[in-house]
Design a protein around this ligand. Structure first.
Ligand code: SAM
Length: 245
C-alpha cells in the first residue's frame, strides 16, 4: 500500500537511492553525525538495548540496509562479541566502507557483508534469531515485500526491530524539526557533500514514510505478533518491534 505501484516508478526510486549512497558512502558516517547532531548514535544504542542480543554462541542476526556496519558493530559488541551477523545492503560502496571498518575494529570474524535487496533476500528461510533494519526501510520501494522477507528469514521465536524516522508528536518540536529538515539538512548536504538535491530527496522520503500506527499495521500484516513501538526524541525517530512465533 505504501510502495510505488508501477515498475518504472519503483526502479526510478531505487536508482535514485542507489546513486545517493554511492556518492556519499565515504562521507556517510560524518554526514550522519552532522545531520542528526550525533543523535543517530543514541537511537542506534536504544535499538540494540531493546534487542538485548544474546551472549549464547551461535546466536545469529541479519542487519538489512546495514550500510557501513554501524548497527551490526553495536550488536556484536553488546553480545560480548559472541553474535555472528550478516550485513546486507544493496550498495557495494557502503558495504566496502563497512568491511574496512569491521577489519579495523577486529570484528570481521563475526560479520559477513552481502550485497542484496531487502525486497528479495538471498538468505534461507528461518535462519536468523533477529532481523534489524535502521534508516533503511524508508528507502525500499516495496515496504510490504521487505517485511514479508524479514518474516521469512527469521526463525520461529525470532525478533524484528526497525529504527526509522517517524512522526513527531510534540508541539513546538515539530516546527523546529520542519525547519531543520527542510532548510538545514539540504544546506549541510550542499556544503559537505556538494549535493543539495539528494538531501532534499532524503528529507522528502522521511515525510512520506508511514507514521507509527500505520507502520505497526504493516508489520502485523506481514505476520508479526506483539507489535509495538517506542518513540525516540519526541517521535523524530521510532523503533518498531515484532516477533515471529
Ligand atoms: N543502517 C545504516 C545506518 O543506520 O547507518 C545505513 C542506513 S542508510 C540511511 C540506508 C541504506 O539503505 C543505504 O546503505 C542503502 O544502500 C540501503 N538500501 C537502499 N535500498 C535498499 C534495498 N532495496 N535493499 C537493501 N538495502 C537498501
Amino acid at each position: 500500500a505504501y510502495g510505488f505501484s508501477t515498475v518504472s516508478g519503483r526502479e526510478e526510486k531505487q536508482a535514485r537511492v542507489d546513486e545517493v549512497f554511492h556518492r556519499v558512502a565515504g562521507r556517510y558516517d560524518l554526514m550522519n553525525d552532522l545531520m542528526s547532531g550525533g543523535m543517530h548514535r543514541l537511537w542506534k544504542n536504544a535499538m540494540v538495548a531493546w534487542l538485548a542480543p544474546s551472549r549464547r554462541p551461535g546466536w545469529r542476526f541479519v542487519d538489512v540496509a546495514g550500510g557501513t556496519g554501524d548497527v551490526a558493530f553495536r550488536i556484536v559488541e553488546a553480545s560480548g562479541r559472541q553474535a555472528t551477523g550478516t550485513v546486507l545492503d544493496i550498495n557495494g560502496s557502503m558495504l566496502a566502507v563497512g568491511a574496512e571498518r569491521a577489519a579495523k575494529k577486529k570484528l570481521d570474524a563475526n560479520l559477513t557483508f552481502v550485497e542484496g535487496n531487502a525486497e528479495s533476500l538471498s538468505l534461507p528461510d528461518a535462519s536468523f534469531d533477529a532481523y534489524t533494519i535502521a534508516f533503511g526501510i524508508r528507502n525500499v520501494p516495496r515496504i510490504d515485500k521487505a517485511l514479508d522477507e524479514a518474516y521469512r528469514v527469521l526463525k520461529p521465536g525470532g525478533r524484528f526491530l526497525c529504527l526509522e524516522f517517524s512522526e513527531v508528536d510534540m508541539p513546538f518540536l515539530d516546527r523546529i524539526y520542519e525547519e531543520w529538515s527542510f532548510k538545514a539538512i539540504p544546506a549541510i548536504g550542499e556544503k559537505v557533500a556538494g549535493d543539495r538535491a539528494s538531501y532534499e530527496y532524503l528529507v522528502e522520503s522521511i515525510r512520506r514514510f508511514p507514521n507509527q500506527a500505520n507502520f505497526e499495521a504493516a508489520i502485523r500484516k506481514a505476520g508479526f505478533e506483539r507489535v509495538t513501538h517506542r518513540n525516540l526524541s519526541g517521535g523524530i525517530a521510532a523503533i518498531h518491534s515484532g516477533w515471529k512465533f
